[in-house]
Ligand binder design. Sequence first.
Ligand code: ADP
Ligand code: MG
Length: 602
Amino acid sequence: MGKIESLDQNTVNMIAAGEVIERPASVVKELVENSIDAGADRISIVVEDGGRKSIIITDNGFGMDRDDLAAAFEPHSTSKLKNASDLRHISTLGFRGEALASIASVAQVKAVSRTKDSQQGYCLEIDCGRRAPVKPCSADFGTSIEIRNLFYKMPVRRKFLKTANTEMNHITEQFIRTALSYRHLNLTLIHNKRELHHLSADDGFYKRASELFSNQIAENLLEIQSDEKRLSICAYSGRPEISRANNKLQYIFLNGRFIRDKFISHAIKEAYRGHLEPNRFPVIFLFITMPIEDFDVNVHPTKIEVRFFNANLVHSQVLGVIREKLLSTNLDTPVKVPAPSQIPKGSGTAAERSREITEAINEFFKKHKPAHAQNRFDFRTKHMGKPVRAEEVASFEGRDSIHVPDAERETLLNKRYIQIHDSFIVAQTDDGLIIVDQHALHERILYERLRSRINTSRLESQKLLIPESFEVSEVHSRLFEDNAELMEKLGIEIVPFGPKTYAVQAFPSILSRVKPVDFLQDMVDLLQQAESKADPKQLLEEVLDLAACKAAIKAGQKLTDREIEQLLADKEHVERASRCPHGRPTVIKFTLSELEKQFKRT
Ligand code: ADP
Ligand code: MG
């Protein structure tokens, strides 16, 4: 007897579910897309336990009659496509007729629907593929679908679900994509009975961007419009100063559908070339509209990738319009007023307040001005015979430098060095010379120091005089919650401070050169990216790496002799000093014999 048999239908559906339904957020995506295809202008999403317990999506679309409701959950049944030739003109979000059947094969489903011209609604219940008959019931017009206990009969898949917070982050991300693209929709998102977002219809892009992300983001976008070569582009492109450490704030939509596309991402990166450091990502919301004949959506199970028939045209148009906008806009960064903790809190009149601020600014610059440049000779005579305190020498690192024994300092002082282009230090050594990349070396030093401290205990932190507040999105606030232990270890204390706002109360003293709010923003980007990896050790390394990079002296920064000396001294005390944490060299050596060879002296 042959071994091959046809699979039963429920097994087929479960396999299909593996492709489209990965986690609760996929259910939300499919159901919301169905509601949009049904012409709804009001959709509510009610979630419990990150969608692991239940998801209820309710819309006011055109609904289903008894027969349609019965058919909707059959595999490969759709009202959006009649034959293969329709595949070339798909204007709906769905067309594969797989989602409902797949979902119903891996969860408990209850669907209630009523069309506008019927008095009667209908209800259908399915438990992992086992259907009860369709029954009449009372209902509002539109459709409501409730999904409970996703994957409850599939312990392996169930085990792969993450914490409620993480799953909720994925759902929120789906919600954001829908909200940005379908701005005519009235949308609500509720989690564990708490309303996370309520967006009214037609409140405009900026209002949504500010509600979903922050005011700072909404206020720093450049609007771009272009309509050329059968391609219409509308973009909200972030000014360089709101760039991020990952590309999570790059949203690309094609005819309303959120997509990922390598060509377009590349075009965005190219457009910002020269405006951003290579490891930064611009914030951008890009809406492309083009005739449906010019691309194919049927290339990926969740339709997140598409195939453009003329990808080069899309690339060059996107690159061109963004680049042109950036070049024609004055992108000078406004002068940053010192952080609030450096400004005395005033209660007087506006004039007094402004005087106080001016004073605070002057004070700030006095404090942060590079120490008076001394030449080496002065330095040595001044301190001749009396020991130099390490803290004094290490002015640019505050209390945090290692003490350099006097004997060693003497040898250091006998070395000759010079800073060139405010970025490199050329120093004479016993047998030649070294060129030091000041940023890379300092980064390594700080990284090792942070690592050795955090391995033994938590970082020592300092209370901020006046807590600095910052805005966060829903997703980010959950990330902070989830990583409370890490924050504690780092010595960072943040507390909720009004809606969507946190205040930093304490910050590690070793990072005193870093603006807490800047650091937290980059850190949360990193946490978001690391979420799926969930390897706490690697995450900690990445955070320390970020901290070291931000706290390190920069290329282009003029250093005093003392600072240079401290750097060269620290180099001797640090492990792996020859490479920065990213593996790039920190020091290049030339021996005398090499020099002699180059000059053909030997
Ligand atoms: P697809 O969206 O690819 O057609 P689905 O399995 O998602 O496949 O849905 C099957 C069919 O069920 C749809 O084609 C549509 O006719 C009907 N349907 C699903 N959800 C809704 C809804 N919210 N309102 C009205 N009809 C719906
Ligand atoms: Mg669908």
